[in-house]
Design a protein. Sequence first.
Length: 55
Amino acid sequence: MVKVIQKDNKELYQCEECGFHYVDREWAEKCETWCGEQKSCNIEITARAEENKKI
């Protein structure tokens, strides 16, 4: 189950497997499912993570 956190006045959803944060719960759930089943990260999913957004 993804974790809901507050960061910089935004609600973010965290994959509890790898720790990446997402604006949309759907992507956090996809990330968590992938990480849990594959024991790795999916570049197409993690590209949407807040940590990977360009400044």
